[in-house]
Design a protein around this ligand. Structure first.
Ligand code: FO1
Length: 318
């Protein structure tokens, strides 16, 4: 296997980003990779702190995730859910029996006064993650979706309403008072850093909250290393989630090229799927390279290969 030198910081949301994070972890030594998770999807359910993107990444890195469902743990059971439904009638957000242990462990630690960074590190270590996972911030940021059906909390829009409302505006509540996690600052300022990856996550719902944190774009620029993004849009569709639908609702073409444009100057390189190769000419410019790859990650081999392609472009740009 090709050896990559230096350290990488990867910005990620849930499912798609978690898959590439797993591939990157396969190609890099544990101290070479730091994954930064969006936490604007976080919310409280049954008085438990749920951090969906942290958990999706954590489970994927530890090879415990359910690939088919896209979230939660493999070999899950749902007996608590059934019992809670009997008591409360509430069933729109599903918490599996084993998954509940993660939320209990996190909530207990947070109530003891531990930081989200510390409890995430403890979960990563105990579940067997091969690399470091950091929440984007310690402060509370909550995505609010303004839609044709009124204002919704993110999980109400995403899970309860199945992304059906037409989105008019997305607001990250608390973003002005929030700061980039100091541990992320440190990772970005590490002299051994050789590249930053923007995983194929939803640009508006998953990556934007990270980039909108005070100090984030400045820290990325100050790092002075290449930034490579991977398109979450393949052939006009998102592999999972509402990215393509959202782009239409926000009056953008639902193409990989529109995602590249959205990230703008942030990107030094962008990877799109082989089937979108005709968009390369539109994406590439003197300051931005475009490469095509097989970007649908169906199994471990394809996750590893996309990670190799991403790391190779970073190395080329370095
Ligand atoms: N997604 C669903 O579509 N339905 C669910 O019931 C659901 C429960 C759930 C529980 C814990 C967790 O960590 C994630 C969960 N997700 C569920 C996924 C999650 O809400 C979304 O995939 C992300 O917020 C979007 O990145």
């Amino acid at each position: 296997m090709q050896a990559f030198s230096g350290k990488i910081v990867a910005l990620s949301g849930g499912v798609g980003g978690a898959k590439l994070a797993r591939g990157l972890a396969e190609c890099l030594a544990p101290d070479q990779l730091t994954v930064v998770a969006n936490t604007a999807d976080d919310f409280d359910y049954w008085d438990l702190r749920i951090c969906p993107d942290i958990d999706s990444i954590l489970y994927a890195l530890a090879d415990l995730n359910d690939e088919e469902r896209g979230w939660g743990l493999r070999d899950e059971s749902w007996r608590t859910m059934v019992a809670m439904r009997r008591l409360t009638g509430d069933e729109w957000f599903q918490l599996g029996d084993q998954d509940l242990a993660t939320h209990l462990f996190r909530t207990m630690a947070l109530r003891r006064g531990e930081s989200l960074t510390a409890v995430t590190a403890a979960l990563a270590e105990r579940l067997g993650s091969p690399c470091r996972l950091l929440p984007m911030t310690e402060q509370s940021v909550a995505t609010r979706v303004h839609s044709d059906q009124g204002e919704l909390a993110f999980q109400e829009y995403f899970v309860r309403e199945r992304c059906e409302p037409k989105v008019e505006r997305i607001v990250f509540e608390g973003i002005d008072a929030a700061e980039l996690n100091p541990a992320v600052h440190e990772a970005l300022a590490d002299p051994a850093l050789t590249g930053i990856v923007i995983c194929p996550s939803n640009p508006f719902l998953s990556i934007d909250p990270i980039l909108s944190l005070r100090g984030c774009r400045e820290a990325i620029a100050a790092a002075g290393v290449p930034v490579v993004g991977v398109s979450p849009i393949i052939s006009g569709r998102a592999v999972k989630g509402p990215a393509a639908k959202l782009m239409e609702e926000l009056d953008m073409p639902n193409t990989a090229a529109a995602v590249a444009d959205y990230y703008g100057d942030l990107l030094d390189g962008f990877i799109i799927d082989d089937c979108d190769r005709e968009q390369c000419a539109q994406i590439a410019n003197p300051r931005r390279q475009c490469r095509t790859a097989q970007s649908l990650m169906r199994d471990l081999a394809s996750k590893r290969q996309l990670a190799v392609d991403t790391l190779s472009l970073l190395a080329e740009l370095h």
